[in-house]
Each structure stands twice: as structure tokens, then as C-alpha cells.
Design a protein around this ligand. Structure first.
Ligand code: UDP
Length: 331
């Protein structure tokens, strides 16, 4: 495929930066739009001399500012968003503004620039506590907290722009993405960041419940590859799950990572299992993940020094950080 012009919103973030790496490796031109609120320039520092990369500090909600960068663009990957559960409960307006208004603004810029493919980073959290496993795309939608709701509203907008304005939109629902550069600072977040910091500091892993709950842990380079495969396709208005093809218990993760355990209470609104039905993406895009869970965990352990300066989460700190989670989501 010849060289294309691409925009990656949130390209300095965890998933976005891996996508940028893969686009650049394929010889494409990439304009990253990031406001560095949670994205970090370090995530792209290894590309700083790459002439095909432009790094723009801008806020996606400002359409007049960002539209300048959409001229002659072929593919737009909309990865910019605020993540994490607790802050979304505490500051729903920020989440609405970035994840919903921000998506609106990126869609409008894309529509006006007549881009050729729009890939939206959607979330498996839209399914809430699913009643079908593996969970297909037509399962019912039950967002449990504002992060999940705002990501789902963004998906609704994207698909609506696809139907009404014929913008070629593909929405990919990511399941538990992990990999190097997963957030290492800030709020209490995804399990790998929590456990790797505990390991590097020689502290026990804070296992939620009895650790038998399972997650469809999907390696970040597989997710980046799914985004590019979707961009190359001729699909429009399709929603597809992106998952690893399996589901793994927290106990198994701890076995692979080795170390002591301390148990912390189960959190309200959390599914016992996440597990994507990936039949659709296999069929429509012939996409399959290529990094096994065991390989992925090994890669994470090889990158453990990334978590040396990350916050260390103890049971007490987690209890304090998750107070609002228990307060608002307990039935
Ligand atoms: N988890 C855990 N200890 C922690 C944080 C998370 O055992 O300190 C578990 C949690 O119960 C869940 C899994 O790890 O089963 C993934 O949690 P994460 O918050 O990363 O993702 P989500 O629950 O949103 O799928």
C-alpha cells in the first residue's frame, strides 16, 4: 500500500503511541493530536527524529484549531479520551466534554475534510456486566459508570455520522488492553500498572475478591494492528470486538508474575468475566491476535523498570481511592 496521510488523536497515549509506531513502520505520515493531559511525550520520544511524524499539542474539543491538520488526510484514528472509572464518577463533566464533545468535534473535522476512513476506539465496558459469554457485538449495552457511558455515546455519534453523512466509520470495542507504556502515574487504574509497581517495590499483589474473575487481556500491538486492518478495509458503520480470543483469571496472572498476594474487597459494578466474541472481526477483517497471554506478560516483566517511579498501591490507598466507587455503585 502506498504511503498515506493519517491523524491519530491521543497518539501520545498508551494505545495511540503503539498505533503511531506501527503506522510509521508501515511508511505512513502521522499527525498526532494530543493535549498531553494523560498522554505523555515520552511515549513517542523514540520517534522524535522521524520526519513522517508531526506532534501537535491541541485539544480535540477545539474543532477550529484541529481542523487545520485534517486537510488531505486519508485515515483518522480517534484514540483520544479520558480513561479510568473513579475519576469519571468524580468528574463526569470532564469525561463528557472530552469523550463526547471531543468525539463530535473530531467527527466534524473529519466530515468537512472528507477523510477516507474513521476508526473509533470504543470500549468493552459498554457491555457492563454481560449476560452472554463470549460477548458478541449485539449483546445488550449497560454502561455502569460515566467512563463507559461517555465512550458508548462517542460510538453512537461516530455511527450516526456514518449513517447520516456517509463518513466511513468503523468502531472497535477494545477488551482489557495491556502492554508497555500502560499508564504509570495518576489515578488507581488498570491491573497491570498496579501489579507491576507492586512487584518492582517488592510488595504483595492486591488481588480483588478471590482472583477467580477473568479478563480478556489483549496485547496492545494486536490492538494497533486491528485498527490499521480496519482502516485498510472497505467497511463502514460496523462495530467489532477486539479481544484476545480467550479469558484469563487474575490468579493465573499472579502465577505468571510470581509474588505474594493480599486480598482486597470486590468492587461494585465489576463483571466476573470479560470475554469477546471475535467471530465478526475474524470474518470481516481476517484479523487475529498474535501475542499470547504468556508472551504478553513476559514482555511486561521485561519492561518492569517503567514502573519504578509509578505510584505504589497498598490496600489502604486503594480503599481511599475507591471510596466514591463503592459509594455510588453499590446496589
Ligand atoms: N484487579 C485486581 N487487583 C487490582 C486491580 C484490579 O485483582 O488492584 C482485577 C480486577 O478485579 C479485574 C481485573 O483485575 O478482574 C482487571 O481490572 P481492571 O481495573 O484493569 O479492568 P476492568 O475491571 O475494568 O476490566
Amino acid at each position: 500500500m502506498s504511503e498515506l496521510k493519517t491523524v491519530v488523536t491521543g497518539g501520545a497515549g498508551f494505545i495511540g503511541s503503539h498505533l503511531v509506531d506501527e503506522l510509521l513502520a508501515d511508511g505512513h505520515q502521522v499527525t498526532v493530536i494530543d493535549n498531553f493531559s494523560t498522554g505523555r511525550p515520552e511515549n513517542l520520544v523514540h520517534q522524535k527524529d522521524n520526519p513522517n511524524l508531526s506532534l501537535i499539542e491541541a485539544d480535540i474539543t477545539e474543532e477550529e484549531t484541529i481542523i487545520t491538520y485534517f486537510k488531505d488526510i486519508d485515515w483518522v484514528f480517534h484514540m483520544a479520551a479520558l480513561a479510568d472509572i473513579v475519576p469519571s464518577i468524580q468528574h463526569p463533566q470532564d469525561y463528557f466534554r472530552t469523550n463526547v464533545d471531543g468525539t463530535f468535534s473530531v467527527l466534524e473535522a473529519s466530515r468537512k475534510a472528507k477523510i477516507k476512513r474513521f476508526v473509533y476506539a470504543a470500549s468493552s465496558s459498554s457491555y457492563g456486566i454481560p449476560d452472554v459469554y463470549p460477548t458478541p457485538e449485539n449483546a445488550s449495552i449497560h454502561p455502569e459508570y460515566p467512563y463507559a457511558l461517555t465512550k458508548y455515546l462517542g460510538e453512537c455519534l461516530a455511527l450516526h455520522w456514518g449513517r447520516v453523512y456517509k463518513l466511513p466509520v468503523v468502531s472497535l470495542r477494545f477488551f482489557n488492553v495491556y502492554g508497555p507504556r500502560a499508564r504509570t502515574s495518576g489515578t488507581y487504574g488498570a491491573v497491570f500498572g498496579v501489579f507491576l509497581s507492586q512487584k518492582v517495590h517488592g510488595k504483595p499483589y492486591t488481588v480483588v475478591g478471590d482472583g477467580t474473575q477473568t479478563r480478556d487481556f489483549t496485547f496492545v500491538t494486536d490492538v494497533a494492528n486491528a485498527c490499521i486492518t480496519a482502516a485498510k478495509s472497505n467497511l463502514s458503520c460496523e462495530v467489532m470486538n477486539v479481544g484476545s480470543g480467550n479469558t484469563y483469571s487474575i490468579n493465573h496472572l499472579v502465577e505468571l508474575m510470581e509474588g505474594d498476594i493480599t486480598y482486597i474487597p470486590k468492587r461494585p459494578g465489576e463483571p466476573e468475566c470479560t470475554y469477546a466474541d471475535t467471530t465478526k472481526i475474524q470474518k470481516l477483517l481476517e484479523w487475529k491476535p498474535s501475542v499470547s497471554f504468556e508472551e504478553g506478560v513476559k514482555i511486561m516483566l521485561e519492561h518492569i523498570n517503567e514502573w519504578e517511579n509509578a505510584p505504589l498501591w497498598t490496600p489502604k490507598k486503594i480503599e481511599n481511592a475507591t471510596k466514591d466507587w463503592f459509594k455510588y455503585l453499590s446496589k
